[in-house]
Write a new protein. Structure first.
Length: 254
């Protein structure tokens, strides 16, 4: 009986020890599990914070790059506007300069034209005065000289009119070339128009010089030279000088 009780006590003690050992094992396993979970939570928290920090840094870098790009774009727009304003001002200044030069040339040509007209009128006036003197001095023989002078005056007038027409045509062509040159943009076209304009200016200068030269519109005619009387000739031998044209069959002193 005592042995049974002792055996029962031993079994109970062993069960208690086994239970205690099982609890200790379970507690150890639980502690290790909690430690692992805590470590995993700590690692996850660190990873989360690191990812958040990296995301914040990326966001700040992207914002910095966006601001830098916006600043560069704004500066480029300002530079483009300034360059466009400079180019526009330069083109306007060049256009004003060309217009002023064209107006100055046209005024100069108008003055040359007026001078040419005055010279032509003076030349015609001198021709008419010379013709009048020929009529007074030459009589009937002078009529032939008058006719010749009138023909020469008409020829001179026609030549002067032809020169004037050529001058006006050259002025119109020069003005047209200047207008085309003011609107030209292509360098090759500008060079070609400038060459045509220079050639037309040279031609116009030659025409102006030809119109301004004495006799450029026709040769002037002077009075007829007197013819010395023949000895004993004339009607009655009065000794007066004979003003007839040599070879005139109607002359009374021949």
């Amino acid at each position: 009986m005592a042995e049974r009780q002792e055996t029962s006590v031993m079994v109970s003690i062993q069960e208690i020890l086994r239970d205690a050992q099982d609890r200790e094992e379970q507690e150890k396993v639980e502690a290790e599990r909690r430690a692992r979970e805590d470590e995993e939570k700590r690692v996850m928290e660190l990873r989360r914070r690191q990812e958040e920090e990296e995301a914040r840094l990326r966001s700040e870098e992207e914002e910095r790059q966006r601001r830098a790009f916006e600043e560069q774009r704004r500066q480029a727009e300002i530079n483009a506007l300034q360059e466009a304003a400079i180019q526009r001002a330069r083109m306007e200044a060049e256009a004003q300069s060309r217009l002023a030069e064209m107006a100055s040339r046209q005024e100069h040509e108008r003055q040359l034209h007026a001078i040419g007209q005055d010279t032509h009128k003076k030349r015609l006036t001198m021709i008419l005065i010379g013709l009048g003197l020929v009529v007074v001095v030459g009589g009937i023989g002078g009529g032939i000289a008058i006719s010749k002078s009138m023909n020469e005056a008409a020829a001179a007038k026609a030549q002067a009119a032809q020169l004037q027409a050529q001058i006006e045509e050259s002025n119109e062509k020069e003005a047209k070339l200047q207008a085309q040159l003011a609107q030209a943009k292509d360098p090759a076209e500008v060079a070609a128009l400038q060459a045509q304009l220079d050639a037309e200016k040279a031609r116009n200068t030659q025409l102006q010089s030809a119109a301004a030269r004495p006799g450029g519109g026709g040769a002037a005619v002077g009075p007829a030279r007197p013819v010395a009387p023949k000895p004993g000739g004339g009607s009655g031998g009065s000794g007066k000088p004979c003003n007839c044209t040599p070879g005139d069959p109607l002359c009374s002193c021949l």
